[in-house]
Design a protein around this ligand. Sequence first.
Ligand code: OGA
Ligand code: NI
Length: 347
Amino acid sequence: MEDLDQTFIQAPEHRADSNSIPNQPEEIPVIDLSRLNDPEDIQNVISEIGDACETWGFFQVINHGVPCDTRKRVEETVKIFFDLPMEEKIKVKRDEVNPAGYHDGEHTKNVRDWKEIFDFFLQDPTIVPATPEPEDTDKRELTNQWPQHPADFREICQEYAREVEKLAFKILELISISLGLPGDLLSGYFQEQTSILRFNHYPPCPNPELALGVGRHKDGGALTVLAQDSVGGLQVGRRSDGEWIPVKPIPDALIINIGNCMQVWTNDKYWSAEHRVVVNTSKERFSVPFFFFPSHETNIEPLEELLSEENPPCYKKCNWGKFFVSRNRSDFKKLEVEDIQIDHFKA
Ligand code: OGA
Ligand code: NI
């Protein structure tokens, strides 16, 4: 216990062992997307997705079209990267100016996470456009940093990113339809998307009862597409009562979770669930989230089409880019994308 750095220690009420998992936990829905090929089943799939977004904000998809061998190659190359000596990894370390690259000091709600990460932007290089205030000339160049080893790291990662991006657009379309909206209503917000692909490595932890791989948080963007390995550890807070429910690893499945932007767009119909990762003493774990983020100029506010006298907006308008950049600038520790708080939008 004295080995564990203080910065990792969770407050007692947030520790993994203080909230026991129900004996027979419910499971988040699993949806087979190959059913979309059957015209008679499409509507059922869409309404299952809608129900999952509303009840859980989390579901898993199988037969999702992202080739398994592409994902496996990513997992292999990422393992090789994280296995490199620290002096190699810090050659691509993220810093105050550039938020892309390697980092092992991630914090969630000011407690350090038991993990190391590597982030890259899908659109590379990305220049953050000036925020709406003309005097704000602080344009920051966000350039991806790629390691020299493994040599094919960049190519393999970008290939996976392209595949997972296609799935994200597909899910976005299905979600729009599930809301009774045109399928392409939201895709326009992603023309110059600020999406990030992240690799998480959670090493074994000597004190899993005190630390977390990632502390409880909500993802900030529109939605997240997450690949996890077979180790397990991800838990989602159930919407109805906040109980922590494990997200069971299913080979070749991908996890979809709703982010804060989607909750705002839908005026709280769809749910951005809190989630966290518990660690263990013996097994390292890898996961690959794709954070689907809109373009900088997007204003996030409840969609007019969904509002009525009975359903007035519960969020005020907020510019995504301004929000994103200002968070980055104001406190580097809070750079982590998942820390973008939904409270910020509250009307
Ligand atoms: C995240 C996250 C979950 C996981 O990186 O935002 O929630 O299983 N990761 O690694
Ligand atoms: Ni998350």
